[in-house]
Design a protein around this ligand. Sequence first.
Ligand code: NAD
Length: 480
Amino acid sequence: MTRTYDIVVLGGGPGGYAAAIRAAELGKSVAIVEKAGLGGTCLHKGCIPSKALLRSAEVYQTVKRGEEFGIVAGGGAEPFIDFARVQARKAAVVEELHRGLQLLMKKHKIDVYYGKGRLMGASIFSPQTGTIAVETADGEPETLVNERLIIATGSRPRVIPGLEPDGRFVLTSDEALELPALPQSIAIVGGGVIGVEWASMMIDFGVDVTLLEAADRLLPTEEEDVSREMAAALTKRGVRIVTGAKVLPETLRKREAGERTEVRIEAERGGERIAVEAETLLVAVGRAPNIEGIGLENADVALERGAIRVNGWMQTSEKHIYAIGDVVGGLQMAHAATRQGVVAAEHICGAAQRPYDAAAVPRAVFSHPEVASIGLTEAQAKEAGRDVAAAKLPLRAAGKSVVYGEPGGFVKIVADRTTNDVLGVHMIGAKVTELIGEASLAQLVEATPGELGQAIRPHPTLSEAVMEAAQAVDGRIAGR
Ligand code: NAD
């Protein structure tokens, strides 16, 4: 069947559905084409299921620490992990949010086509490129003619040749999320966001963890102090961290060991070889944009470093075709995709307010401790020639962190002494991902460190640490 819409969105993840909703609110007829589940990687294979597992790991640790808070389990029974129930809860969380999303599409009268969509070139259906041919799940082909197309096809785990996932010995985060049982030990390749979140989760679940990172520190794009504090926190809980480790895929050995599996791999570090053995290997070395198999060759959409090239309004080199989310590379995070989706939809509708600004995107790692940041690190600000003033406040200074029983970590603010701008905010500690929105807002309204420090926070809350760090950096600027 051939149908015509103002806008067709290829891919129903947080970028795609946010774009569709915004366009529908602005009066456009909109369709989404989705080959798997509405909600995309974030809802089904990323943010949400991983956070549900992390929450179970956190609860397990909290229960184990109960006596510290004066809570003693009856009968001296030790808490244990029923992993089938952990997975069932995760599935229930995903399902609840999935149902909500489906209702949201109905509410906004957005048609959802389930199937694989491909771009067509100019044809009898439309003189412009970007009509979408859908191979639907029920075998009924659909042709979706549109004025504007938004490509939001996301990304998939990057595979290292020789370390292809097989679902048992070698996993990516896709397979790891579906583990039916906890392994006794895991080796993780990649100490970025996914590697750190999984190392933290697994050690909290009582699994033996080795983390191999090629760079000289974990979370290499974050503030150096943050990497150091994270490494210390994970090491203290028993994670073996090997930085500067070049994994050698050709050394991978897999062995069945009864019900269990065994993997052995070597890595090179400073001219020496080290061997790592574990029940399973998780590879978390980035994500590759999904640009293949979607008919891009039928349009004149330019690529850049394996991703779709876009301008600040998310237009590709074909101005009626937009692209958003992980498929455009850069910061591959759900909230970046959502913002890009809204920018694209508003631009199409002539309602755009400001272009997408990657510098305004906060970053968050949901490990224990959490990491949250926005803007430049102190080193980046110095490299950029800024007149840097920085202040670092231990979270312990906020009474709430002591009450909560998680007093480690800090808030660091990097500012420009000359322009009085906040350049970056970096935090590590319990629940800091809930605090970084303050810095996003401060950046949006161009608040000075002094203003960020003047806003009154309730006591006792962790947000007082942001206030005090801002006051400290303001004091340094004032004292110049
Ligand atoms: P990443 O880019 O964050 O980290 C990959 C890490 O692997 C880097 O530190 C890199 O130095 C290291 N590495 C690369 N090749 C290696 C090798 N051969 N041996 C050892 N280490 C190697 O990527 P990721 O952690 O896989 O995450 C993928 C994407 O998903 C990222 O863009 C991330 O932002 C996003 N994501 C975000 C969140 C979140 O916002 N909380 C959570 C999960 C994933």
